[in-house]
Design a protein around this ligand. Structure first.
Ligand code: EPU
Length: 424
């Protein structure tokens, strides 16, 4: 089992460049199979989820080449092979193959997706969209089997009962070639949706309204290959901004689209963090006296659920009492008991995280329950005195590209070890 060993208490300085967005990439890769020629994705982050998707593509007989952030996907020769176990179940985003296979082949069988445990993560809205388009969907012992009706899929109106990134993208993927018009109402507005639609439109799709809550799709007969540059990862950017405010002595974060993280920036400004915002970078000044704030997560453009955990260590530094309420994933609180092991005055009461600050953290042995909890523990480990050992880092490696190299370049003392004892 691999672990991170962090010797905390150092002040970090320098610059860090944000990679391409994980949650875009994991949708863009399944979207690319809809083309009838090679798709070239640029700015692809080197993370475990991408390697898992490349393996899954191989299993579907799709050829790929991944080199220096450029991923070439050639879906000519792809087959709709039932995929119910193994890699497909290791990640959440494998559900995008449901929409993509339904669109390309009119059928597919995909195992129920895995990914971070954040409480219940149903996919009823995905299925609602597939069925609205005319697919027959069956849940067969943990796998979803999809088949379009005899007449194929037909454009239709899909109303999402709640705002879901995954269901919105799956509704787009499945309907992009359905004859007629599809209208998705109460669609999610996240930047990753716009990125997927940008790729599909470059491939020849006719989709309007991405970034608003009504998306209109006119079915096309063919989609062709193209080249696409992935947007910067707003969650990775937010993680480094929070880290810079917590342990930085002046850190420049490059490749940032400020508008994508306004929710975080305004909270940090309220806390008293000084930032210089440039066209595509943010410089974070060192800060000593921070004011506590309360955070409530919301769908975009509200404060992102994926950033509440990485912000928590910074809140621990602030003066006063505050709360975090995650309205998207109320049970996304598993970082708190670990932070308490490091000396944090924090607790969870009825899905509300209560924090008292300021806190002096001490190194401890902690475990990452999920990707963003892992990011929180790394920041806390860098803040703490002494040594912190983070286990279950597979979660972190799924989503943060070159994290050890990036932190080491800023002056952090962090290394990855292979622990033979196999204990948590
Ligand atoms: N939901 C349903 N039914 C559905 C779909 C969603 O009830 O059919 C609920 C979910 O349980 C949740 C809310 O709707 O309460 C929003 O979930 P959403 O579908 O938007 O989540 P997702 O698409 O499965 C993506 C990201 C997550 C991120 C959420 C934020 C990917 C691969 N994952 O998940 O990213 O937290 O959106 O909405 O894009 C991460 O990067 O750490 C991560 C977990």
């Amino acid at each position: 089992m691999r672990k991170f060993v962090i010797n905390g208490g150092r002040k970090l300085k320098g610059e860090v460049t944000v990679s391409g967005a994980k949650n875009s990439t994991v949708a863009l890769i399944p979207a690319a199979i809809l083309a009838d020629g090679p798709v070239i994705l640029e700015g692809v982050p080197d993370i475990e989820d991408v390697h898992a998707l490349i393996e899954i593509l191989g299993d579907f007989n799709v050829s790929t080449a991944f080199n220096n952030g450029t991923l070439v996907i050639d879906p000519v020769g792809m087959k709709s092979i039932p995929m119910t176990t193994g890699r497909i179940k290791s990640m959440r985003a494998s559900y995008y193959f449901m929409g993509a296979l339904l669109c390309k082949f009119g059928e597919g069988v995909i195992g129920m997706p895995g990914g971070c445990f954040l409480g219940p993560r149903p996919i009823d809205q995905h299925i609602k969209a597939f069925e609205a388009l005319g697919a027959i969907v069956k849940n067969e012992q943990g796998a979803i089997s999809l088949k379009s009706s005899e007449n194929g899929l037909q454009g239709t109106r899909i109303y999402m009962d709640l705002v879901s990134i995954g269901a919105t993208i799956n509704a787009i993927l499945s309907s992009v070639k359905a004859p007629g018009k599809t209208i998705i109402e109460n669609a999610a507005r996240e930047p990753e949706i716009i990125d997927v639609v940008t790729l599909l439109n470059k491939m020849g799709a006719k989709i309007r309204g991405a970034g608003t809550n009504v998306i209109r799709i006119e079915g096309v007969q063919e989609l062709h290959g193209c080249t696409h540059m992935i947007i910067p990862d707003r969650i990775e950017a937010g993680t480094y901004i929070s880290l810079a405010a917590a342990v930085g002595e002046g850190i420049l974060i490059k490749n940032v689209i400020y508008e994508h993280i306004e929710g975080l920036i305004s909270k940090m400004t309220e806390m008293g963090v000084r930032m210089d915002i440039d066209e595509d970078s943010i410089f974070v000044w060192p800060s000593e006296q921070l004011k506590m704030v309360s955070v409530k997560t919301q769908p975009y453009p509200g404060f992102a659920t994926d950033l509440q955990q990485p912000l928590t260590p910074l809140l621990l530094k602030a003066q006063g009492s505050g709360t975090i309420i995650d309205t998207i994933y109320p049970k996304r609180v598993n970082h708190i008991p670990e932070l308490v092991r490091m000396g944090a005055k924090a607790k969870v009461e009825e899905d509300t995280i209560l924090i008292d600050g300021p806190n002096e953290l001490q190194g401890a042995e902690v475990a990452a329950s999920d990707l963003r909890a892992g990011a929180a523990l790394i920041i806390a480990g860098l803040m703490a005195s002494g040594t912190t050992v983070v286990s279950n880092i597979e979660h972190i490696l799924r989503g943060y590209a070159q994290i050890v190299d990036k932190l080491t370049a800023l002056g952090a003392d962090i290394r990855m070890i292979e622990d033979e004892s196999n204990e948590n």
